[in-house]
Design a binder for this molecule. Sequence first.
Ligand code: ADP
Ligand code: MG
Length: 595
Amino acid sequence: YIIMYVEKQIVLKRTSQENTMQTLKKFIKYYKPYKAVFFIDLLCATIISAIDLAFPQLLRTLTKTLFAGAPGKIVSALIPITIGLLVAYIIQTACRYYVTYAGHMMGARMERDMRKELFDQYEKLSFSYYDQNNSGQMMSKLVSDLFDISELAHHGPENLFISLIKIIGSFIFLFMINRMLAVPMLILVVLMLVFSYGQNKKMQETFMDNRRKIGDINSSLQDTLAGIRVVQSFANERIEQEKFNRSNENFLISKDANYRCMGSFMSGNAFFQGMMYLVTLVFGGFLIAHGRMEASDLAMYALYIGIFISPIQILVELTEMMQKGLSGFRRFLEVVETEPDIVDAADAKPLKNVKGNVCYEDVSFHYSDDDTSVLSHVSFEIPAGKSIALVGPSGSGKTTICSLLPRFYDVTEGRVTIDGNDVRKLTLESLRSQIGLVSQDVYLFGGSIKDNIAYGKPDATMDEIVDAAKKANIHDFIMELPDKYDTFVGERGTRLSGGQKQRISIARVFLKNPPVLILDEATSALDNESERFIQKSLEELAKDRTTITIAHRLSTIRNADEILVVADCGIAERGTHEELLAQDGIYARYYDMSR
Ligand code: ADP
Ligand code: MG
């Protein structure tokens, strides 16, 4: 049993190593555009370390040869030595500048590339992804996780390289100077590495915990800020404070563990460093006493210890940086490698010269995460330019029916067509550009009113924008504002009333001028007066377009060419207003209630 357990652990370890290798491989791909910078960076790093390593050796040689000779010779030799060293240090300075500047820029460029890829991916991911994922988390992936990656991208290979050169180089020289003293040094270094590695592992654990705690703080903050109006209206600031304090305190606790590890790591390393000097002095003294070593070489030893000790620390810190960066990179991969549910089919064609015949053929649908059917075998047709209305209790699937047309979700069975084309065989962009959607919750972007209306047609002229605003009955209101069309609307349009926001969103659709229109409870959030106001704009908008209207006030849909009553996953009744009243079924009952 124990053997089986051990075997299992080994397999687990191996797969996790393979995973790391795969992740690294994917990571290396991002270096590709910057290959030249990368190799120049490594070359510069080599030069920097070589010059550092050469100095003690030069000092040693000079002490033994030149400085032991005649004073006149020394003085005349100082000039070429000065020039030589000056050139070497100028080269080193230039290299260091390149490493710091170009190396960091390479990391930043890679970060930008990944961020762009992530953003593009976020835009591609479909509604079903957003149904299940938290936007605060997504934000932290885009912003903070990727920062760790760029640090790793730049410092990772370079530090590895510099440290290895310095450590190996130092030891070659140590062995050259005195073999017998080098051996205990090597043993000490190995011990130090083992100690550091153990400490580092502990640090990594606390570090991962840190990240999680920061994530909690972020999502708590995001939640409170997004809902700040609800928080204040319920006077629940205290509750939010407590929630926030909890995650904030947890962060502190996690940091405490983190810094404890860091403390023993740092002090432990310093202790080993002290031991190296101790061994050098005592064992060196012993060797000198026995005539096995020259006193001047002892100083060289101390110099080389100074050179290789910091690379060991850097090397150890590198493993931490790698964990940090790679865990961020994994989170990045998780998103980037998610296949969006809804993409253009390989043979997708653009939708052109749209007439607007919309047809639902035997459509069934359920949302991916649960299997309860929302629609089953729904069929209806809207001839071009005609209008239908969907009525039915809340939660019966009216919005869902509408979401299938612009492919926010794909049907589970059956098909939805426009002018006889299955929507899944059309390019998403051409399909969605032909459909206008006005829904209950309006989203306005931070920016001017003009920009928000122009969102329906980014290259619209000012005249077109004003024309659309007039049709949406919002022009007069805009002209009363201090900055008119340049008036800034807050984030989500908080500076406007519900009716005003709705009319701006209607103006947007006027500007877009699509042949197919979906009005999903466009007026439900409004009071009677603004509803009446907007109703006129909507009727104007719906003229000569294929229109699906969802409205809970039945008075607004009596003129629809056909009314469908949605209930029990399907269409329970259909007909014109008069026909449905005559049927004396669900619709007739609704109509009686609403009067
Ligand atoms: P209506 O617009 O008629 O009020 P919906 O079409 O919004 O109803 O919702 C129909 C059903 O589908 C409801 O039971 C609702 O809970 C469910 N539903 C709506 N949106 C989602 C979603 N994104 N994920 C899972 N279930 C959903
Ligand atoms: Mg709805």
